[in-house]
Design a protein around this ligand. Structure first.
Ligand code: BGC
Length: 751
């Protein structure tokens, strides 16, 4: 820590006062100790700066700021440098409002597509979430504005989010739900981490010493501030003792009074308070030092960046017969159908809601770019709050008439805002019925339909995707999403986004289907490690579109994969050629397999990715580095991350189910010795390097006789191998005593 403030002279009450907010968005200043107030704002895809009438639910207004594509879209770019640039722009905007800490990024895992807040999160995969989180935090903090990595931890649903206990076994907790946080904390050092509302294995995150101290600080080395989610404090004193430094928003003096009283009563160690105060003073120093008063930003430049981000985020799911892109020069009639073309759905609801500096809609952009083509428009259906008074059937008829008269139909479908938001979860993944009915009516009169989707989390497409030749998934594209969509539809830009979340055939197929959202205050993460594509691959299930999928208007050939060892990890070099007729960007993905592992592993796990822009005919090389740490699994017997000595296999390709090349590499590791005790069985003892030979000396004569009738590997031998060591002394025919077993135990514990 770089704290140079003078907190040693502060009274107990002054110190306690620092551990709670002054208002909705600012901390308490302490001029005597040279500690300025820290100003915070949501986050994550725009600065929601509120001067008056503050709230944390997105209800009250905020100053105009650029609404960049929310994480669901930005993540689909699989583009670290884009995430860095967007976050740096957010940093500049934050500076212009005098904001020191922006409340993002959200990196929770998309466990179920139903989670109402999935639009604020990057992916179902921890490596992808972590890598994008690192880039985002680095980008923001490069501008002297701190990040707040949230929501720590296991906040994967909105149902009962304030109280539910996420009950998760050790390996999935570490390998899926904490792993992205670990990566961002270690690599990007966010100024703050925001603890979540929920409980983790029974204990509120805001007062969970295991989570906030043992894991976050002791294991990962975090030395920044932990801030509560807004209103997440349940017991302020327990929270402080657990390592939760700052309660937000203000508790009007209650929290500080409880903290001071607990110290006076000897119920709270003052050293814990001092540690929090030191961290808060350090945050205030970083905020003061990072402030750049007078910073301005150019809304037009940031709008252009928002458009670029939306362009790289859209995913071309399907494009049969190369229906897209449309060529404005060839003329013809284009029917633009669907209210979302005119009234874009571009961000989600709740605390992240931004007041955009401007808002593009696809209809205007398409009309402006149409060239010789004739554009007609009909809304086709209503969305929430629409002033439309016409009935659904009349709207449908009007749209179908335009479709029948057109050469091509651009059909804008998606989720109305009332379907997904912070604060509640979806009940199903389907589009509204009036939209799929419109689709059916339209394809009946015109087969040349490209569907453009707007939604913050995946929707079910299996009921209709086969009926249309093209689908462009635009997500919630931010304030420039409409114009970016037009660029993509007309081929001014080439789609290159990839799914960060599997699109399942049915909700019933999803990994958490039977456990989500839990009951009686608990949600069991029964699918364990098998979240997202790990689940569909393990069960060899068909999906609508797999994790990592996304098409382009050009094509790419994977020519060559080389692999070499580096610093205990691996470096992959992939040669890719643009074999089609347009410039484009390919996202190359590397998945790891660990055949022969002694623990349960996913069929394949994303361990690296990179992208490359290539002109037609051009060949280039993508280098993917996989550090040693990414070969590790969390070993529950020793409660630590371990790398197994194995021949690992990498599969490289364009999606988790479009794997083009593979190569293997041996990763050396010290042989792991599984600990043994009297509860361990004979087989486990015999494989122990010290215990094995010693046990063998004791039982050799009996074993030789036994094995004469029960050769190694035979059913009877398997029975013996499964016998507990402790049982041996109880068998009269085996000359082993309790004392012998104690001696064996001493021997292995000394080894
Ligand atoms: C949300 C956080 C947000 C905070 C402040 C909470 O309700 O969960 O993500 O940063 O409010 O608005």
């Amino acid at each position: 820590m770089t704290n140079t403030n003078n907190t040693a002279e502060l009274s107990l009450d002054q110190k306690a006062a620092l551990t709670s907010g002054a208002g909705w968005w600012d901390t308490v200043a302490c001029p005597e100790a040279g500690i300025p107030a820290v100003v915070m704002s949501d986050g994550p895809h725009g600065v929601r700066f509120q001067e008056a009438d503050a709230d944390h639910l997105g209800l009250s207004s905020s100053a105009p700021a650029t609404c960049f594509p929310p994480a669901v879209a930005l993540g689909s770019s699989w583009d670290r440098s884009l995430a860095h640039r967007v976050a740096a722009a957010l940093g500049r905007e934050a500076q212009s409002f005098g904001v020191n800490v922006l409340l993002g990024p959200g990196i929770n895992i998309k466990r179920s597509p139903l989670c109402g807040r999935n639009f604020e999160y990057f992916s179902e995969d921890p490596l992808l979430s972590g890598e994008l989180g690192v880039a985002w935090v680095n980008g923001l903090q490069s501008q002297g504005v701190g990040a707040s990595l949230k929501h720590f931890a296991a906040n994967n649903q909105e149902t009962d989010r304030l109280t539910v206990s996420a009950d998760i076994a050790a390996r999935p907790l570490q390998e899926i739900y904490l792993r992205a946080f670990r990566r961002v904390v270690r690599e990007a050092k966010p100024w703050t981490v925001m603890c979540s509302y929920n409980r983790v294995n029974g204990v509120y995150a805001s007062q969970n010493p295991w989570l906030l101290t043992d894991v976050l600080r002791d294991d990962w080395g975090y030395d920044g501030v932990v801030v509560s989610d807004w209103g997440a404090v349940v017991d302020r004193v327990k929270g402080l003792a657990a390592g939760m430094d700052l309660e937000m928003p203000t508790s009007s003096g209650n929290g500080p009074a409880q903290v001071a009283a607990a110290v006076r009563a000897g119920a709270l160690d003052e050293a814990a308070l001092d540690r929090s105060v030191a961290r808060l003073a350090d945050l205030a120093a970083k905020s003061g030092g990072g402030a750049r008063p007078g910073t301005t930003f150019d809304p037009a430049v940031h709008h252009a960046l928002a458009r670029e981000a939306a362009l790289r985020s859209a995913v071309l799911l399907k494009n049969d017969g190369a229906l897209l892109p449309l060529d404005p020069a060839t003329g013809g009639k284009i029917a633009v159908l669907g209210e979302f073309a005119r009234t874009p759905r571009y961000q989600g609801a709740g605390s992240s809601k931004v007041n955009p500096t401007r808002l593009d809609n696809a209809l205007d952009a398409i009309t402006a770019m149409a060239g010789n083509a004739g554009i007609s428009f009909a809304p086709g259906f209503t969305v929430d709050d629409a002033a439309e008074s016409t009935s659904d059937s009349a709207l449908r008829e009007q749209a179908v008439a335009l479709a029948a008269a057109a050469d091509v139909v651009l059909l804008f479908l998606g989720l109305p805002a009332s379907y997904e938001s912070e604060g509640f979860d979806r009940e199903h993944i389907d589009l509204p019925k009036e939209q799929t009915e419109l689709l059916d009516a339209v394809v009946a009169v015109n087969p040349n339909v490209a569907v453009v989707l707007a939604n913050g989390a995946v929707v079910g497409v299996s009921g209709w995707a086969h009926k249309v030749p093209a689908i462009l998934e635009g997500w919630l594209g931010g304030q420039a999403g409409g114009s970016a969509t037009a660029d993509l539809l007309f081929g001014i830009a080439n789609p290159s986004g990839r799914l960060t979340e599997t699109m399942p055939l049915r909700l019933e197929d999803t990994p958490a289907y039977l456990d989500f959202p839990g009951e009686a205050g608990h949600v069991t993460y029964g699918e364990g490690l098998f979240v997202g594509y790990r689940h569909y691959d393990a069960r060899a299930m068909e999906v609508s579109f797999p994790f990592g999928h996304g098409l382009s208007y050009t094509s790419f050939e994977y020519l060559d994969l080389r692999i070499e060892a580096t610093d205990g990890g691996a470096r992959l070099t992939v040669a890719v050629r643009n074999s089609g007729g347009r410039a484009g960007r390919e996202v190359v993905q590397a998945y790891l397999q660990a055949p022969g592992s002694r623990v349960q592993r996913a069929e394949r796990e994303l361990k690296g990715f990179g992208s490359i822009e290539l002109q037609p005919g051009e060949t280039g090389v993508v280098v993917i580095t996989v550090p040693r740490d990414d070969f590790a699994f969390y070993d529950t017997t020793v409660q630590a991350w371990l790398v197994e000595d194995l021949e690992y296999r990498f599969q490289v390709g364009a999606s988790s189910r479009d794997l083009r090349l593979d190569a293997s590499i041996r990763i050396h590791s010290e042989d792991y010795i599984a600990p043994v005790d009297k509860e361990s069985n004979i087989g486990q003892w015999l494989s122990h390097p010290v215990g094995g030979p010693a046990l063998l000396r004791l039982i050799e004569p009996v074993l030789a006789t036994y094995r004469a009738g029960a050769p190694e590997g035979s059913p009877r031998d398997k029975m013996l191998m499964g016998t507990r060591l402790g049982q041996l002394a109880q068998f009269p025919i085996i000359p082993v005593t309790e004392a012998d077993l104690d001696a064996l135990m001493d021997l292995v514990s000394e080894s």
